[in-house]
Design a protein around this ligand. Structure first.
Ligand code: FES
Length: 261
């Protein structure tokens, strides 16, 4: 019997010669066989990652193994250079004991999963309104010109893939890109080129202590003028109007204790 992946195979427009066009997970719900991505392609977790697989599965009841589909897909994607071949999805289905189609549904719904090959440095460029107003189009043109690729394409050396995406939640430091797991923010054309060159040299700048890197030197979301508010330490906690609770049965203190605050 043909696998579900084969049932889903269809003919799609082909890419221009010399460039690899990446189809977004949420835009394409079917699989296309390529030489490095067929249901017969070998995939298995490494011994080291099997330790992680068992640790992930131990978080869920034995009869709800399928709850581990997302973390297992993420683990498989990280092991496989940032993308998920259909054989990896089949392996996850085998481990959590569900029909492969259940795993394909998850992998094709969440855009964090790449079902076609991406470059070593996967650039997700935010093009949503705040970033667009702050210059994301310039950043996009800069990347396209510097790398010689268009949106959705991978460089011939397999180093970079560019994909324009919607808001990545760092609007305060627009314009920005996500490079693999990391956020580079407050970009200009100049700092974008510097970042790309640093990647080519295998040394992308490390994240700042707050987990992202504004490329203009500012700290986190403080803005170019530095800290301009909350200068006198942390704000006082909000006052709880205990009078409101006097006539009822709810004690704010017990609610907090119940919630584990
Ligand atoms: S609009 Fe770009 S991060 Fe939100």
């Amino acid at each position: 019997m043909l696998s579900a992946a084969r049932h889903l195979s269809r003919r799609l427009p082909t890419a221009a010669a010399g460039v690899q066009v990446r189809s977004m997970g949420h835009a394409q719900s079917f699989h296309i066989n390529t030489p490095d991505n067929t249901p017969e392609t070998y995939f298995d977790f490494t011994d080291e990652n099997y330790t992680r697989v068992y640790k992930i599965l131990s978080k869920y009841p034995a009869n709800y193994k399928q709850s581990g589909i997302i973390p297992l897909l993420d683990l498989a994607q990280r092991q496989h250079g940032g993308w998920l071949p259909v054989a990896a999805m089949d392996k996850v289905a085998q481990i959590v004991e569900v029909d492969p189609a259940r795993v394909y549904e998850v992998a094709s719904f969440y855009t964090m999963f790449n079902r076609t090959k991406v470059g070593k440095y996967f650039i997700q460029l935010c093009g949503t309104t705040p970033c667009m107003i702050c210059g994301s189009e310039d950043i996009k043109k800069t990347i396209e010109k510097h790398l010689g690729i268009k949106n959705g394409e991978t460089t011939k050396d397999g180093f970079f893939t560019l994909l324009e995406v919607e808001c990545l939640g760092a609007c305060a430091n627009a314009p920005m890109i996500q490079l693999n797991d990391d956020y580079y923010e407050c970009l200009t054309a100049k700092t974008t080129v510097e970042l790309l060159e640093a990647c080519k040299a295998g040394k992308p700048p490390a994240m700042g202590k707050w987990g992202s890197l504004p490329m203009n030197g500012q700290v986190s979301c403080e803005g170019p003028l530095g800290k301009t508010s909350l200068l006198d330490g942390p704000p006082a906690p909000p006052k709880v109007d205990v009078e409101r609770f006097k006539g009822g049965e709810v004690d704010p203190a017990s609610v907090k204790a119940h919630m584990g605050y």
